[in-house]
Design a protein around this ligand. Sequence first.
Ligand code: G1P
Length: 292
Amino acid sequence: MKQPVRKAILPVGGLGTRFLPATKAMPKEMLPVVDKPLIQYAVEEARAAGIEDIIFVTGRGKTAIEDHFDHSYELESTLAARGKTETLEELRSVLPEEGQFSYTRQQVPLGLGHAVWCARNLVGDEPFAVMLADDLVHAPTPCLKQMVEAYDEVGGNLVAVMDVPRAHTNRYGILDPGAERGRLVAIQGLVEKPAPEKAPSTLSIIGRYILQPAVFRHLSDRAPGAGGEIQLTDAMAKMIGKMPFHGYRFSGVRYDCGDKVGFLAANIALSLDRADLRDGIKSFIRSLDLNT
Ligand code: G1P
């Protein structure tokens, strides 16, 4: 029996410069896709995968995230007074049980590996998930749940992967893939953001990981990698060969919500999936002259 994955780290310290001015006074993780902030999608996915504890690695200017997962008494009493019980229930269902969410600050932006390392004491000596809220995965079975099921079988480390155009390998952690079995791909090597001509494949890591706590030891080296940042990919690469390590070709569509086109695409796709919005959005799209 594998040690269960009970905790997830959600790094939310990034500045969100690509979405300025929207993100000047608001964390990028609070940007809404349809009517829910990005961070709530990640939290709901974590819960669906059986995660009990969520650790947010935050930074300055991110208090809106903490407020989002707390009571808002004025709002709640107004909704109650107006008889809006359904909305009230929905808001309350998002709240964690007291003590389930923890917040720690990444005081200096030294990279994703450093952000994950900042949560080491809160994770302790057990396997954990890492979820990047920018990567929104729309899937009938939530992506992390699919991964937890695969992890129960193979253990070790698991990263969600998908093929990307070769020209984009310099945006991702890329696999040197070994044997494939179903959705699982054995990993022989990992390289962070290689140039297209140097990439060992086009199989890219997207922001869902299940990792063993040994990764914290490697992150402690604080060795700078691509872009001068402490890279999670480099620390993960040091575990290859020492324990099972697989890529998992998840089922579902991933939207890169850290990118404007990806973010807008997610809004269109998810609204088309909503019974209350589908017809309105469809008729608006039909009315567009797409030939201009
Ligand atoms: C990070 C990781 C990269 C991964 C990507 C997924 O990069 O460093 O390995 O492929 O997330 O979104 P970032 O997007 O933070 O530059």
